[in-house]
Design a protein around this ligand. Structure first.
Ligand code: NAD
Length: 266
């Protein structure tokens, strides 16, 4: 049995994660941390079958409950502090919070590198389809002359561009030699989106959306569009649970779900 705590348990993602963990075989939800809804019962708040477990404000509740793994879905401003606490207290971490600065990720990589430290999996998107979208985009990048990314999310999302779009651009650049340069002229500021080393990224924020992305490749006389849609937060749960089960066996820092995908390929 893997003992699991959820940090950000009262949030949109955290509630779904609590339900998924509490309903999963060989996982036990032993702690729920959030700065809001403190002392409320987790089952009433999230619908997770979790007995008398209540939301706690302090990360120490993870240690008190003997958590093996913490799942972190909070905010870009707090994620590194929470992750550092987990590393210092021997709790493996599965992190879904997006907007982590590259320098902070390198600090975490160094912190978990020692043999006596717990491990961490950090992924900007736990939906299996989104991971495949990034893999297919990297493949297409080898053959097309230009690409643009349109990412579309709900209007409460705090970071822009999305972590998924930045991961996608990194994958595109890694797969392709040579520069990506397109027209940049604008008569309206920002209308061509943000420039990520030649790949334009456009961030749409609207009510009614959840998490969506199109990668559009262009070449002479043709385009190729690769699109992924998360229409429900449950889409992230198979990836989150996969990471929870795998993290203890993956020394150091694992970035992205891709390295774990071999376990689910049929
Ligand atoms: P949300 O605002 O609904 O929930 C965040 C929760 O974290 C809130 O309940 C808040 O009270 C809590 N919180 C914030 N700081 C805290 C702290 N220091 N200690 C304890 N609790 C704290 O946000 P959300 O929609 O659930 O998204 C959370 C994060 O997950 C965002 O960064 C989002 O981009 C990311 N996300 C990632 C994936 C993925 O697959 N990796 C998918 C969806 C969302």
């Amino acid at each position: 049995m893997i003992r699991v705590g959820v940090i950000g348990a009262a949030g949109r993602m955290g509630r779904v994660v609590c339900r998924a963990v509490a309903s999963a075989e060989e996982l036990e939800l032993v702690a729920a941390i959030d700065r809001s809804h403190v002392r409320e019962r987790v089952d009433e708040l999230t619908g997770a079958p979790s007995g008398e477990l209540t939301v706690e404000a302090r990360l120490e509740a993870l240690a008190d409950a003997g958590a093996d793994v913490a799942i972190e879905f909070t905010h870009p401003e707090t994620v590194i502090r929470n992750l550092t606490w987990c590393i210092d207290h021997g709790v493996h971490a599965v992190v879904g919070t997006t907007g982590i600065a590259p320098d902070d990720l390198e600090t975490i990589r160094a912190a978990v590198a020692r043999d006596d430290r717990p491990n961490a999996v950090v992924a900007s998107n736990f939906a299996l389809g989104a991971v495949l979208m990034m893999r297919f985009a990297a493949e297409a990048a080898r053959y097309f002359a230009a690409a643009e990314v349109i990412e579309l999310h709900h209007d409460d999302k705090v970071d822009a561009p999305s972590g998924t779009s930045l991961s996608t651009v990194r994958a595109i650049h890694a797969a392709r030699r040579g520069a990506w340069r397109g027209p940049t002229a604008e008569s309206l500021d920002g209308v061509r989106g943000g420039d990520a080393d030649g790949v334009r990224v456009h961030s749409v924020r609207l009510p009614g959306l959840l998490a969506h992305q199109e990668v559009i490749f262009g070449a002479t006389g043709e385009t190729l569009t690769i699109r992924h849609d998360s229409t429900d937060r449950t889409s992230f749960m198979p990836g989150v649970l996969l990471a929870v089960r795998a993290v203890a066996g993956r020394p150091g820092l694992t970035v992205g779900l891709e390295p774990l995908l071999a376990d689910v390929a049929r």
